[in-house]
Design a protein around this ligand. Structure first.
Ligand code: HEM
Length: 188
């Protein structure tokens, strides 16, 4: 039992298996590509936003309280691993979200606001696209400097850390409206 739970890949494989049992056991007539991509979309979205909230609720506020000699444990080990799943979670959330919109037949109408029925999901998609842009083109490059993954002097590092914090906080701000749009696009 301990061996099973100690192996993350085994646990994830079991989770996928259980999901497949539920899909075909309780939802068999409706297991379309759209349903599967909605499910994957949520998995990647939770991975992404879960880590965004970890940075904002846990890591950023706790860092100043950590003794200097322990800070490298976070900066050199925890943060780079969290940033890996964070940025790839964002990329796959975008990809699966765009696929869901395409399979639902409203990708262009939603993104161009040309049909009022898809206004809410259009707003949600644009909010999430801005957030994903911030992850890949602002937060990640800034974090690479702040964490010393690419060379930078101390002043550049400090400026990069501030920039990453501001854009990370911006994404936290945007996430609440984005969630409203995502979960209510299909609700009436
Ligand atoms: C650029 C990124 C994103 C795009 C393009 C996108 C796109 C979509 C689309 C097209 C839908 C289907 C709406 C419908 O017709 O019911 C949807 C639903 C949803 N999305 Fe996103 N989304 C993005 C980001 C996120 C993020 C970050 C989350 C966070 C967890 C999220 C969570 C959800 C949820 C919970 C649903 C509801 C599924 C349902 O009720 O059918 N999305 N998204």
């Amino acid at each position: 039992m301990t061996k099973f739970f100690a192996n993350l890949h085994m646990v994830l494989a079991a989770g996928v298996l259980l999901a497949i049992v539920v899909m075909f056991g309780a939802h068999a007539d409706m297991v379309t590509a759209n349903a599967v991509f909605r499910w994957l979309h949520l998995f990647f979205g939770v991975t992404w936003i879960g880590l965004l909230y970890y940075f904002n609720f846990v890591q950023i506020p706790t860092m100043p309280k950590i003794p200097a000699e322990l800070k490298p444990a976070v900066g050199k080990h925890i943060a780079p691993a969290a940033l890996f799943f964070f940025r790839w979670g964002a990329a796959f959330t975008v990809l699966t979200g765009l696929i869901v919109a395409h399979l639902s037949g409203y990708l262009v109408q939603a993104l161009t606001f040309s049909d009022p029925n898809f206004k809410l999901i259009g707003i949600g998609m644009w909010l999430a696209l801005i957030m994903a842009f911030n992850v890949w083109f602002v937060i990640w490059p800034a974090q690479k400097r702040a964490l010393g993954i690419v060379e930078a002097d101390d002043a550049t590092k400090a400026a990069a850390a501030t920039r990453a914090m501001i854009f990370s906080r911006t994404n936290t701000l945007l996430s609440l409206a984005m969630f409203y749009c995502m979960v209510n696009a299909n609700n009436g």
